[in-house]
Design a protein around this ligand. Structure first.
Ligand code: ADP
Length: 536
């Protein structure tokens, strides 16, 4: 059986543990790589978010430019009330202007309320910037030729308060002039971009806008957050080139996030391995038990056959001798009859034991509990057994308790338990042949104990001997006859009496089996003198 178990153990390890082990090692090794990949993914995501903010602000300006197209007609005479509504709806546009593309000195300024505005220094500033940045204007026309209208920032960094965004009128009309807005960047960021950024972050990130020159924070989505100053990722702000956008995680760093994931992965991998190990152990234990049971059952069959064969051959031998009338002396005849009778009762006892056991297994064994004197039951068994024991050369003593030992019990079942114990005491005493039966009382229990000076039972086996079919493995199992059922029957009987079995034994120095029954309390009326049936 050991060989089979080793094979099964190796098989389980090869099938389950090795692949899981390889997989775990591979996973643990690649965790570092994963960390880098996760970081990269996060970074790309953050970049994408900033990109979307930039894209959104460009879209807003495009939409405004489209509205301007509607305001303008071919001869540039603007409808004042429409213009005013335009400004009212877009308070961040401080001025709208048109510059003659042939002559940059011709600047028309418009502002809220008054329509065309006169601000010579502002107009001069616009013409000067146009002069300085001719290439940008040229680019706008090139874009338009390719069917694409672009809005370009056109500001010298000295223009701190108002920033210029220029574009050409819609492609449908001829473009003899360049259009432009003068925006206040800070109010544009606050009013137009703020809500958008708040919506994008969903409290998971912090997006901020900084001015490049002095790294001054113009806006942040988490104004009360201590970590708002952190700028993990930056991207230039397309509309306002001297500003930049920045983004960071709210609360955690990417490294911490990645490490968290790795820690969780590691815990998962270890947990999975522990589970697999537990599973293997569980499967192995069950297989081991099944194999042991199969072994035990086959031993049982061979033991029982052996036990039956001996009395049967004795009976048949003596019966034949008697039948043939070969025995002359009456004494001899009597002795032969006695042997036949003894062997028959041995057979009967064994068959009964097996029948009782199968009833017990099927849960059909019933007990008739009555108020009885334990001491009296024991006395009867001791007396009935005296001849058998002393004949085998045992010194045999019975120490009685001086009072009655009332218990609620089934006398037949207790007798059966005692006979099993006495049988064992006889069977397992080879050198020192002595049996002592003692009754007594201790802490709420009445007990009977059977003390022998036989082979004793090692600590390892003390629990197992009460299991069905279990026999202490010996060099030759057949040395002492037995079925391995006796003690499991005793245990079943004691459980039915709500009692317990105490065993005090050590290898080579004998054993004490003590059966303890709950003492019957007179005031307890639950247990009547009448027969009570308990099914087990
Ligand atoms: P059986 O005696 O038929 O083998 P039991 O269930 O009565 O089965 O006993 C189980 C095992 O416990 C025995 O095989 C024996 O090894 C051990 N045993 C029982 N009683 C004693 C005893 N008094 N002394 C030593 N060993 C004992």
């Amino acid at each position: 059986m050991k060989k089979t178990l080793t094979k099964i153990g190796i098989l389980l390890v090869v099938i389950f543990l090795l692949p899981a082990g390889f997989f775990s090692i591979y996973q643990l090794n690649s965790l570092n790589k994963n960390e880098l990949i996760i970081e990269e993914i996060y970074n790309n995501q953050l970049d994408a978010i900033l990109f979307s903010v930039n894209q959104y602000s460009a879209d807003v300006l495009n939409a405004w430019a489209a509205e301007v197209d509607l305001l303008l007609d071919a001869d540039t005479s603007l409808n004042i009330s429409q213009l005013n509504r335009f400004f009212r709806e877009k308070p961040d546009i401080r001025f709208f202007f048109l510059v003659d593309s042939a002559d940059y000195d011709k600047v028309m300024l418009f502002t809220a309320g008054s329509g065309q505005a006169r601000d010579d220094s502002l107009a001069a500033r616009i013409s000067r910037t146009f002069e300085d940045r001719r290439e940008v204007i040229k680019r706008l026309y090139q874009y338009l030729d390719n069917g694409y209208r672009k809005i370009e920032p056109l500001s010298a960094s000295s223009d701190a308060d108002l920033k210029m965004q220029i574009f050409l009128p819609g492609a449908s009309i001829d473009a003899p002039y360049v259009c432009g807005f003068l925006l206040s960047p800070e109010s544009f960021i606050q009013d137009v971009l703020g809500p958008k950024m708040q919506a994008v972050t969903q409290e998971k990130f912090v997006i901020s806008v900084f001015q490049d020159t002095n790294n001054y924070q113009v806006y942040t989505t988490a104004p009360n957050n201590a970590e708002q100053e952190r700028q993990l990722h930056q991207l230039p702000f397309w509309l306002f080139p001297d500003y930049h956008l920045s983004i960071d995680l709210n609360g955690q760093t990417i490294e911490a996030l990645a490490q968290n994931r790795i820690r969780n992965d590691t815990i998962l991998i270890i947990g999975m391995n522990v589970l697999i190990l537990l599973g293997i152990w569980f499967v192995f234990r069950n297989i081991k038990r099944e194999l042991e049971l199969a072994q035990i059952k086959s031993d049982f069959v061979s033991n029982v056959s052996h036990e039956i064969r001996t009395p049967l051959s004795l009976i048949s031998m003596f019966a034949e001798t008697l039948l043939m009338d070969r025995v002359r002396s009456e004494d001899r005849k009597k002795e032969y009859y006695k042997i036949i009778s003894q062997e028959t009762s041995r057979l009967t006892a064994m068959v009964n034991k097996i029948l009782n056991f199968s009833k017990m297994e099927a849960g059909k064994r019933t007990y008739r509990l009555q108020i009885i004197d334990l001491d009296e039951v024991v006395r009867e068994v001791v007396e009935a057994y005296e001849y058998h024991v002393t004949q085998q050369g045992f010194s045999y003593h019975f120490e009685r308790y001086e009072h009655k030992l009332l218990i609620s019990g089934d006398a037949d079942a207790i007798t059966e338990a005692l006979i099993n114990l006495l049988d064992n005491a006889v069977k397992y005493s080879q050198e020192e042949k002595s049996i002592l039966v003692r009754t007594g009382h201790t802490e709420g229990y009445h007990f009977v104990e059977i003390v022998d000076k036989g082979s004793g039972i090692s600590d390892v086996n003390q629990k197992a001997i009460f299991e069905k079919f279990f026999r202490v493995p010996q060099g030759d199992v057949h040395n002492t006859k037995g079925t391995g059922l006796g003690l499991s029957l005793v245990k079943h009987i004691m459980d039915a009496h709500r009692g317990k079995i105490e065993l005090d034994s050590s290898l080579g120095s004998g054993s004490v089996f003590r059966l303890c029954f709950p003492a019957y309390q007179h005031e307890e009326k639950a247990l009547e003198k009448d027969a009570t049936h308990i099914d087990h």
